[in-house]
Design a binder for this molecule. Sequence first.
Ligand SMILES: [Zn+2]
Length: 264
Amino acid sequence: MAKVNVLSLNPARVNCGIVTGSERSLIIDSGPGPNTARLLAHRAAALSEAANGRPNPIDVVTTHDHWDHCFGNSALAAEGAGTFFASRSFAVDQEASSWIALDALRSDPETHEFARKLPADPADLLVEVTPIESGHSVLDLGDCRVEFHVLGGHSTADVVVRLPDLGVVFTGDLVEEGDPPQAGADAALGDWVRSLETVLSFSEASVFVPGHGVVVDRDFVARQCADIDGYRTMSADAEVALPARAMPGEHDRTFPRECELRLD
Ligand SMILES: [Zn+2]
């Protein structure tokens, strides 16, 4: 059976995924920069060596165009990753959004030091993207089907990664655990609620990997959907302070960390 690993990495405490199939591997989000990307490439190769006796070819999917999820893309390309899937909106906007995000990271005292590790020229962060067509598209990892669904709400286009054979969904930042879901100027709460309703309609799904925080269950996603729906009727459509929710129980919250999902 395919294996699913979640790496929680700094800066930004972002979750990145590695799905190791019998023929191919998929990295879900390249993380905030070259260092996280190289770690992901190294771990993806080691995991497929252990499972299949050889390193798998690696494809990459980007959930959305926020820097903490995609600034490792060009480093992953340099490490030999093949196809970079993303929404059409990401493909069109990545040049402009990289310029804006890099500028913001450099001028923020909290991220200024980290920004020095990024390329000086934002053009060096870009990769050639294969746009996911509207609706959803499918990738075959050998013994594991993957569906990419282009939704929205947290950003202008959020890609959700569904593994229907395993009951797992990577939600990007449509779900965040521990800290409040970030609703910036590019958020649209009505779309966000509809997207979470779509995620909840995946009847086989029982394990949801948020963009940040520990892995959550179906009840958590339903509660966060209700939270956002409540704010939608009370507030303007974007830049609101949404409430944080924590997954009940004991969880490893150290950074960095890697966990393999138990799928039975
Ligand atoms: Zn994020």
